[in-house]
Design a protein around this ligand. Structure first.
Ligand code: NAP
Length: 475
């Protein structure tokens, strides 16, 4: 049903801006374009000239099936009511007021771009990097193309027990031949080709039953051609409460499956693989030790035991038992949080945009900011898999449509795509359309084929813009 003020009709479509062309943004665009209650125009903005967010820059290059969801998003982008404004950054090229001046509703799906820190001495040493930098680097994200990793050491550590930690371990453990066949960035392929790393130690602060990684990712790690996974049987001894939890869990329970998989790994005869991924539990880094050049030489680890609070939540408590583990590089993979964008209320404690069920609210008063919404990790923090965004984004879209039906839209005086296009042109912002992105896409695929890979990414924004410009001029 159209809104009382006729917004959402063919004559006056509902104008929606989505900030962020990742999974949450694209699933929201799809939900908006597939519904039949109101006529809608959807403009999706991204700070990069390339769409797909984490699918392009986060999902590991050796997971082509997971990346294939991009073809679903590309189909959405073909809808006549869809438009892509790539290379346009909120906070740099546009303000929230600019967006609110052009659109009835704005949905922030800008993800999580800040890393969590361990907060321990030595974290600033050379050789200690957030895992997200490594992930962005091997995925050819322009922000991280200049990152440097010295893999001339024999042992590296990964702190954290989530799926990102396993992605990093897998990429470090794969052979050059395996990596070359993926869409890994050329610069990363060359560095990994020279890698001397033989042992990759993954550190979990709690026990195996509390690990965040999922059975499918663990299974994938065990299937590597040139690396073996090791875990000691002692590491798998569950404390009394964990054992009770494990025994109560149904066979399909992911935590139970993880413990079973780990037990199978522990009982395997040692192989002669070139690389070893060693999974350790109940240890926390308490400091990093540097050498005379200010580079990481070792990690100080404290053994933990599990403790439970009165609500039954399981935590890790240090026992005072400290060891030193010689390592040449440390990847910190302990999760991420949102980055505050000027003009958007931010919940500092949770690291997300302040919201109630996807409606943006004022931090102090809790009052709803009409016409502003958020979805994906910008709304919830980092949780769930790519596909989880489909349902979650559709739920936020439902609330947006409820607000339209009740006339709770901002209805700016000037508006929509035409006004936005003029504004960006006046500011000299070179936005990239979806058609122009396809030029980049094709060039990357062609470059990839020359390497025997599905794609070889362009990693510099100016290079992408030049390519688009040359095509436009017919050069
Ligand atoms: P995550 O799943 O939240 O895992 C973070 C890990 O860091 C946890 O094991 C956590 O331990 C640990 N940690 C936090 N603070 C720590 C500290 N100070 N010291 C030591 N350890 C600490 O985060 P993520 O791995 O970044 O993944 C984010 C999301 O992306 C998840 O939903 C994940 O499933 C998803 N993802 C999926 C895939 C895939 O499907 N292939 C790939 C990558 C990412 P505690 O549990 O003890 O807090």
């Amino acid at each position: 049903m159209p809104a009382p003020n006729h917004i959402g009709t063919t004559e006056r479509p509902l104008r929606v801006a989505i900030v962020g062309a990742g999974p949450a943004g694209f699933f929201a665009a799809t939900a908006l374009l597939e519904q039949t209650e109101v006529t809608v125009d959807v403009d999706v903005f991204d700070r990069l000239p390339t769409p797909y967010g984490l699918v392009r820059g986060g999902v590991a290059p050796d997971r082509p099936k997971m990346k294939s969801v991009a073809s679903v998003y590309a189909k959405t982008a073909e809808h006549p009511a869809f438009f892509f404004f790539g290379n346009v950054e909120l906070g740099r090229d546009l303000s929230v007021a600019d967006l609110m001046g052009c659109y009835d509703q704005v949905l922030y799906a800008s993800g999580n771009e800040a890393d969590r820190r361990m907060g321990i001495p030595g974290e600033q040493l050379i050789g200690c990097t957030p895992a997200s930098v490594f992930v962005g680097w091997y995925n050819g994200h322009p922000d991280y193309r200049c990152a440097e990793f010295d893999l001339s050491c024999h042992r590296v550590a990964i702190v954290g027990n989530g799926n990102v930690a396993l992605d990093v371990a897998r990429i470090l453990a794969r052979s050059y031949e395996e990596l070359r066949a993926t869409e890994i960035a050329d610069h990363a392929l060359e560095v990994l080709r020279q890698s001397q790393v033989e042992e990759i130690v993954v550190l979990g602060r709690r026990g195996p039953l509390q690990a965040s990684f999922t059975p499918a990712e663990l299974r994938e790690l065990t299937g590597l051609r040139h690396a073996r996974v090791e875990v000691s049987t002692e590491a798998l001894e569950l404390d009394e409460a964990s054992r009770a939890h494990y025994e109560r869990a149904r066979p399909r329970d992911p935590q139970r499956q993880v413990v079973e998989l780990l037990a199978a790994i522990a009982s395997k005869a040692p192989s002669t693989a070139v690389r070893t991924v060693r999974l350790r539990f109940l240890v926390s880094p308490v400091g990093l030790v540097g050498d005379e050049r200010g580079r990481v030489r070792a990690l100080r680890l404290e053994k933990n035991r599990l403790v439970r609070d009165q609500d039954g939540a399981v935590g890790a408590r240090g026992t005072g038992d400290i060891e030193e583990l010689e390592v040449g590089w440390v990847f910190v993979s302990i999760g991420s949080r949102g980055k505050s964008i000027p003009g958007i209320p931010f919940d500092e404690q949770r690291g997300v945009i302040a919201n109630v069920e996807g409606r943006v609210v004022d931090v102090e008063t809790g009052e709803i900011r009409p016409g502003q919404y958020c979805a994906g990790w910008a709304r919830t923090g980092p949780q769930g898999l790519i596909a989880s965004n489909k349902v979650a984004s559709a739920q936020v879209v439902r609330r947006m449509l409820e607000d339209v039906a009740q006339g709770r839209v901002s209805d700016p005086a000037h508006g929509g795509r035409a006004a936005m296009t003029t504004l960006l042109r006046e500011r000299g912002v070179r936005y990239v359309t979806f058609e122009e992105w396809k030029v980049i896409d094709e060039a990357e695929i062609e470059r990839g084929h020359a390497r025997g890979a599905p794609r070889s990414k362009l990693v510099r924004v100016p290079e992408m813009l030049d390519l688009v410009e040359m095509k436009r001029r017919g050069w």
